[in-house]
Design a binder for this molecule. Structure first.
Ligand SMILES: C[S@@+](CC[C@H](N)C(=O)[O-])C[C@H]1O[C@@H](n2cnc3c(N)ncnc32)[C@H](O)[C@@H]1O
Length: 287
């Protein structure tokens, strides 16, 4: 029997409709990955046949996707800020919403001279998504990404090496425990912020992500609260703290920032119009 064609593969999208609301796109991503071609190629060459090996891989990937496994885990990659990042089950798959944290951080330093040196700390770096995105824009910054999970640190380091970003360091740390510098210009974090009782934890991609990357006590606020409290001690005067949070946590996070003494506190909304990133500036009176 002859091997399956690209067009026949694409027709199998309907098999994914039960588990995915982007079934057609999922099949295209799987095919592009297996064939090492872009999407335009798929439409230009619908009659090309897969080799036996490619077809075996396709069947395996299709089965995994049907069981609900995230597409990013299946192909081992997700794009963030146009950077192709390796992903695995040690940490969160980077989300498009998190690009708002990167954008907002860059905006705060938009008036810097192009070669201005700055220090940046990314807490809970995961794949390294945030710290590497910032590094791709700011070659004169010194950036440090930390994570409690050794496997996540290894993954972020793999991504850092592949991008050849020598101004980024990745290290293991339980929040601030291994941080020596106390004069950061900016601290950013997308910490765990989901309430452990949230029913969404049993749905979709998050079922395949580690709880350690997702949940926090006190209705999802305990890590945010800790970072706001301790973060103050690791910022220079006029330094900024930026945090991603849940759509319904904006008010609580602004309150925590103000209570710790941060000024210029505000919240930015994501593309869906949800409150997503809150920030504040440390202003210390001269003693
Ligand atoms: C929501 S994920 C964010 C990952 C990545 N920054 C991103 O935006 O895609 C949170 C990360 O925080 C890490 N984390 C959880 N508790 C931590 C702790 N006590 N200290 C450092 N990192 C922690 C998790 O391992 C996970 O990688």
């Amino acid at each position: 029997m002859s091997n399956i064609t690209v067009a026949q593969c694409l027709q199998l999208a309907f098999e994914l409709e039960r588990v995915s609301d982007s079934a057609r796109l999922d099949i295209e991503i799987i095919l592009c990955h297996i064939l090492q071609k872009n999407r335009t190629w798929l439409f230009t060459w619908p009659d090309k046949t897969l080799t036996t090996e490619q077809q075996k891989l396709f069947d395996d990937f299709l089965l995994r996707r049907k069981s609900g496994e995230p597409i990013a885990h299946i192909i081992g990659q997700r794009e963030f800020w146009s950077l192709p990042l390796a992903v695995n089950n040690s940490t969160l798959i980077p989300r498009p919403d998190t690009e708002l944290l990167v954008e907002t951080t860059l905006e705060l330093f938009a008036n810097d001279k192009f070669d201005q040196a700055r220090s940046c700390l990314d807490l809970g770096t995961g794949t390294g998504a945030i710290v590497l995105a910032l590094a791709s824009e700011k070659s004169h910054w010194q950036l440090l990404g930390v994570d409690k999970s050794a496997d996540a640190v290894a993954l972020a380091e793999q991504n850092r090496k592949k991008l050849n970003f020598n101004h980024v360091t990745v290290q293991q740390s339980d929040w601030f425990t291994q941080i020596v510098l106390r004069e950061f210009d900016v601290i950013v974090s997308n910490p765990p912020y989901i309430d452990p009782q949230d029913p969404h934890l049993d749905q979709g991609d998050v079922r395949f992500e580690p709880r350690s990357a997702l949940i926090a006590d006190n209705h999802g606020l305990s890590d945010i609260e800790f970072i706001i409290h301790e973060g103050w001690n690791y910022l220079r005067s006029e330094g900024w703290l930026l945090l991603e949070h849940g759509y319904d946590q904006g008010e609580a996070v602004r309150e925590l920032l103000r209570a710790r003494g941060f000024v210029a506190v505000e919240t930015r909304c994501d593309l869906g119009g949800n409150e997503r990133v809150s920030l504040g500036k440390k202003l210390q009176e001269p003693t």
